[in-house]
Design a protein around this ligand. Structure first.
Ligand SMILES: [Zn+2]
Ligand SMILES: [Zn+2]
Length: 414
C-alpha cells in the first residue's frame, strides 16, 4: 500500500503498480492499439495518457486521458483499461460518420463549434477541421470553457473572456462576466472591456464601445487621462473614449540632451544615445536606485541570489542594446525594447546559458562575470536578425542552433 503523501520521485520508485500495468498491457495486446502510453502524477493521482492511433496510413491520433488514485486496487484499474480498449477497438473498425461538434459546456453549450470540428455519431471520435469553419463566429477560450461570439469581430482581433472575473476596486470588489478585445481603430491598437451578468451581455457591451469608436468621425484626443496629464503620447478621445499610448506625439524630453523622446529607462526619459554615452556605473547605479525604491515600496528584501540575478540581467540587456545601438535607430531600439520578443527569446536561452556557459544550477546566477556576459550579449546583438527569423519561423529557439561549440568553449576558457 502506498502512502497517500509522496513525491513524484517516490511514486516512480514505488513502481510496482506501474510495472504491473505495463505488463498487463503487453500481455493483452494493447500495443497494437496504442502508440504511446505515458503517465505522470498530479494531485496524488496517476494520470495515464494513451496516445491512440487509428491506422498506420493516416496521421489520425487521439489522446485519451484517464486518472487513478495510485492506491486503487489493480483489478479496478485493469477493468477500466479494458473499457478504454473496447472504446478504441470500436473506433478502429468504425467507418466514421461525422457531424459538427457542439460545445459541451458553459454559456455556449449546445452551439455548433465554429472551427468545423467533427464528431463521429457512431463511435464518438472527435476530429479537427472536418467541416468548413462558420463565418463571422469566433471561438474564445475562457479559463474553464469556450464561448462563441455573437458579434462580428474581425478575424485578427485578439479576444478573451471569462464568466467570473474579479474586479478589485477601491471601494468594493466584485465578480463579473467580462469580455475583452484588443482591436485596431484608426491605426491605433486599443483595449476595450465589457462587463455583464453573462459573457454575452459583456460581449455586447464591449462591442457597443467598439462601434462607437469606429463611428467616431474625427477623434478629439486629450492628454488628460484619469485626471492626470500624460506627456508620453498617451491620450483618449473625448468623443468615443478611444485610448492609446501612441495617440499623440510625445512631449517628453531626454534628461541629458533635452531632445524629445518617449524612451524611458529606469524611470527617466533618455535617448539610447545619451544613455550609452554615459558610463555604465552611472546607469547601473540609477537602475539600482530605481529598483530599490520600488522594492522598498513593496516591502521586499532581495536575497543574495536575487541581487546576482539583477546584476546579470542588467548587464545582459545593457550590452545587448549597446551593441544594437551601433546599427539601429532610436525608433527601432525603442520598438525592440517595448516588444516582448527579446524577453521571450531570452527565456528560451537563459537556462542553457546558466548551465552550459556559467556551469551553474537552475535558479543560480553568475557573480559579476562581466566579460562573459558582454561577449554573449554582443554575440546575440550581432546575430539578432538571424535569431529573430529563427524565432518567427519556428516559434521557439533552440540554443544549440544559436551558440556554436567554439563560442561555448571560448567562453568557458575565460
Ligand atoms: Zn466512428
Ligand atoms: Zn473618437
Amino acid at each position: 500500500m502506498l502512502s497517500p503523501h509522496y513525491t513524484t520521485r517516490e511514486i516512480l520508485k514505488d513502481i510496482y503498480i506501474l510495472e504491473s500495468i505495463e505488463n498487463y498491457l503487453e500481455a493483452n495486446d494493447f500495443d497494437i492499439l496504442f502508440k504511446e502510453i505515458s503517465y505522470y502524477l498530479k494531485n496524488e493521482k496517476i494520470i495515464f495518457i494513451f496516445n491512440f492511433h487509428y491506422n498506420n496510413e493516416s496521421q489520425d491520433n487521439e489522446v485519451f486521458k484517464t486518472q487513478y488514485l495510485p492506491y486503487d486496487d489493480l483489478e479496478s484499474i485493469y477493468q477500466s483499461l479494458i473499457e478504454v480498449k473496447n472504446i478504441f477497438l470500436k473506433r478502429k473498425k468504425c467507418n466514421h460518420s461525422f457531424i459538427r461538434e457542439v460545445i459541451s459546456e458553459g454559456e455556449s453549450k449546445g452551439e455548433t463549434h465554429p472551427l468545423g470540428h467533427g464528431v463521429c455519431s457512431i463511435c464518438g471520435y472527435k476530429k479537427k477541421n472536418v467541416f468548413s469553419p462558420l463565418k463571422n463566429k469566433r471561438l474564445v477560450k475562457g479559463l474553464f470553457d469556450e464561448y462563441i461570439t455573437k458579434q462580428d469581430w474581425s478575424e485578427d482581433t485578439p479576444l478573451q473572456c471569462g464568466k467570473s472575473g474579479i474586479v478589485i476596486g477601491k471601494e468594493k470588489s466584485y465578480r463579473t462576466a467580462f469580455f475583452e478585445a484588443f482591436p485596431e481603430v484608426s491605426g491605433l491598437v486599443t483595449f476595450i472591456r465589457g462587463e455583464g451578468n453573462t459573457i454575452q451581455e459583456a460581449e455586447s457591451a464591449c462591442f457597443k464601445k467598439y462601434e462607437k469608436m469606429l463611428n467616431c468621425k474625427e477623434h478629439d484626443f486629450s492628454r488628460v487621462y484619469k485626471n492626470k496629464e500624460r506627456l508620453d503620447g498617451t491620450a483618449i478621445c473625448t468623443k468615443c473614449n478611444l485610448f492609446s499610448t501612441e495617440a499623440l506625439p510625445p512631449l517628453t524630453r531626454c534628461v541629458v540632451s533635452n531632445e524629445i523622446t518617449k524612451n524611458k529607462i529606469n524611470n527617466e526619459y533618455i535617448t539610447f544615445k545619451s544613455y550609452f554615452d554615459r558610463d555604465i556605473e552611472t546607469n547601473f547605479n540609477n537602475y539600482k536606485k530605481y529598483q530599490n525604491e520600488m522594492l522598498s515600496n513593496l516591502n521586499i528584501q532581495e536575497s543574495d541570489e536575487e541581487i546576482k540575478e539583477d546584476y546579470f540581467y542588467f548587464h545582459f540587456e545593457y550590452y545587448l542594446f549597446k551593441k544594437l545601438s551601433e546599427n539601429n535607430s532610436e525608433e527601432i531600439l525603442y520598438n525592440l525594447k517595448s516588444k516582448t520578443t527579446i524577453h521571450r527569446i531570452f527565456g528560451f536561452i537563459e537556462k542553457f546559458i546558466i548551465k552550459e556557459i556559467f556551469e551553474l544550477n537552475e535558479n543560480e546566477f553568475p557573480n559579476h562575470e562581466d566579460i562573459k556576459i558582454k561577449i554573449l550579449s554582443e554575440y546575440l546583438g550581432e546575430n539578432l536578425n538571424f535569431i529573430l527569423d529563427y524565432y518567427n519561423k519556428n516559434g521557439y529557439i533552440d540554443p544549440k542552433e544559436i551558440f556554436s561549440k567554439d563560442l561555448i568553449k571560448k567562453l568557458k576558457e575565460i
